[in-house]
Design a protein around this ligand. Structure first.
Ligand SMILES: Cc1cc2nc3c(=O)[nH]c(=O)nc-3n(C[C@H](O)[C@H](O)[C@H](O)COP(=O)(O)OP(=O)(O)OC[C@H]3O[C@@H](n4cnc5c(N)ncnc54)[C@H](O)[C@@H]3O)c2cc1C
Length: 451
């Protein structure tokens, strides 16, 4: 019996999903709206077009979580990595590519595959029949976004991300910071100590505001209107409105007593909240920002307790269509309310070319298993793929869900290795060694019939 998989969107995720499914003997139809319908960022009608930088970031599979994702995709015969290798250009330890030949090769490989066809059309409604993957990315067309919103609820689809910086818990100085919820609110001790607080004196606050005002900022790109004015103002915009604005907003010091120094009232307090179930990552509450990355680190490390902070991801505000995956998707990336639809790529709340392609790879394989009646074991949480998919489909806090890059904070901790900066090299090697073994084992369980 011939099985068909339909994929909406031939970007990073859709192209990889199509390749995986086609190589497993499934007929794939990619529905791509470009070049008929344009986006503000794409320039061509190619599949797998890179919309901005030409880098797939670090290629170090021993010490870097993105590099590990590269390794896992290569081990699974990924198309995006194969074509990236083919069109690699010198970039130190990063995997950068010659973008046009790269996308042309992705397009040519898919078009030449006997199991793949491409239909150039915009899909405007969510299909009710057949098995589909929705991989329409951060610039999903307006019509389809409206249809997704109708199916999932207005609150469940965002058009902008407003990312506050995320910090590795182990890099925070707990001799300075303390755990307490404002006014000790909550029924349980866990709730009453849910926030991590960093105190500031008046001098520290004034110096922080000066640095914030002077920091280099990123401008909005064309088509990225300033959609942040409803409750998620960047901190630098708040500071521009008045030096005291932040002290009345996310840095207000009320309802908090510093357990290290109960007699001294802080002039301002920066609060961090747990960002994942593992408790390895904390986001700075209300600190979405358009500061440039270099400036962000310098300014945020002025916060007492965060002097040595290591960032799992820096803040940003972008045009970005994404769904609230932790509430909407099951562990196989299917829409709970309409399981014939899988979501993949950036629309699921991962961030970046590599992460998007990786989620396409998983969605493609999951769809193959479903179409051919196989049962897949859950993707091991210990792998980069598993860490990401576990995060978006359950590990992340649904209330504050914002797009995420892959990082070691998403991995289950290793027993018996040193924590902190000193043990980092050994720890990262431990994570990546464990991931490689577990990923190979997961792959080897799947029978891949020849194309
Ligand atoms: C302005 C901008 C700059 C970015 N810069 C970077 C960067 O430098 N580095 C990085 O790693 N990431 C960057 N990103 C994020 C980047 O878009 C993603 O990492 C990656 O492209 C997402 O892959 P995807 O497959 O989910 O979406 P895409 O690669 O965007 O693919 C989605 C595809 O779906 C198509 N589509 C949309 N709606 C429909 C529809 N209704 N019917 C049919 N087809 C449809 C689109 O034409 C597109 O081809 C940027 C994003 C934006 C918006």
């Amino acid at each position: 019996m011939t099985h068909t998989l339909n994929i909406i969107g031939g970007g990073m995720a859709g192209s990889e999903a199509a390749w995986q499914a086609a190589n497993a003997g499934i007929n794939v139809v990619i529905h791509e709206m470009r070049p008929k319908v344009a986006t503000f960022a794409h320039r061509t009608g190619n599949l797998g077009e890179m919309v901005c930088s030409n880098s797939f970031r670090s290629d170090d599979s021993e010490q870097n979580a993105v590099g590990l994702l590269h390794w896992e995709m290569r081990a699974a015969g990924g198309l995006i990595m194969e074509m990236a290798n083919k069109h690699k250009i010198p970039a130190g330890g990063a995997l950068a590519v010659d973008r046009d030949p790269f996308a042309e090769s992705v397009t040519a490989a898919l078009k030449a595959h006997p199991n793949v066809s491409v239909s150039y059309e915009e899909i405007t409604e969510l299909p009710t029949d057949g098995l589909w993957i929705v991989a329409t990315g951060p610039l999903t067309s307006g019509n389809l976004a409206t249809a997704i919103q109708k199916q999932t609820g207005a609150e469940a689809l965002a058009f902008f991300d407003a990312i506050a910086p995320i910090i590795y818990h182990e890099s925070i100085n707990m001799d300075v910071a303390w755990m307490q919820s404002r006014y000790d609110k909550g029924e349980t001790v866990e709730e009453q100590t849910a926030y991590l607080n960093c105190p500031m004196t008046k001098d520290q606050y004034e110096a922080f505001i000066d640095a914030l005002l002077a920091a280099e900022k990123t401008e909005f790109k064309e088509g990225e209107t300033a959609g942040y004015f409803d409750g998620c103002l960047p901190i630098e915009v708040m500071a521009e409105r008045g030096r005291e604005t932040l002290r009345w907003g996310p840095m207000k010091p009320v309802g908090l007593t510093n357990s290290h120094d109960p007699e001294t009232k802080a002039h301002a307090v920066v609060q961090l909240r747990r960002d994942n179930a593992l408790g390895t990552l904390y986001n700075i509450v209300g600190f979405q920002t358009k500061m440039k990355y270099g400036a962000q680190k310098t300014v945020l490390q002025m916060i007492p307790g965060l002097e040595d902070a290591e960032f799992a991801r820096l803040g940003g505000i972008h045009r970005n269509t994404f769904i609230n995956s932790p509430t909407l998707l099951d562990h196989e990336m299917r829409l709970r309310s309409q399981p014939n639809l899988r979501f993949a790529g950036q629309i699921t709340g991962v961030e970046g070319y590599v992460e998007s392609a990786a989620m396409g790879l998983l969605a493609g394989r999951m769809a193959v298993a479903e179409l051919t009646g196989q049962t897949l074991d859950p993707v091991p949480h210990t792998t980069a793929m598993g860490a990401l998919v576990t995060h978006i489909t359950g590990g992340a806090d649904a209330k504050t869900f914002q797009p995420m890059n892959v990082n070691f904070g998403l991995f289950p901790p290793l027993e018996g290795v040193k924590s902190g900066r000193r043990g980092r090299k050994e720890r990262y090697k431990g994570y990546t060694d464990r991931a490689k073994i577990d990923w190979q084992a997961w792959l080897s369980q799947q029978e891949q019939p020849a194309a």
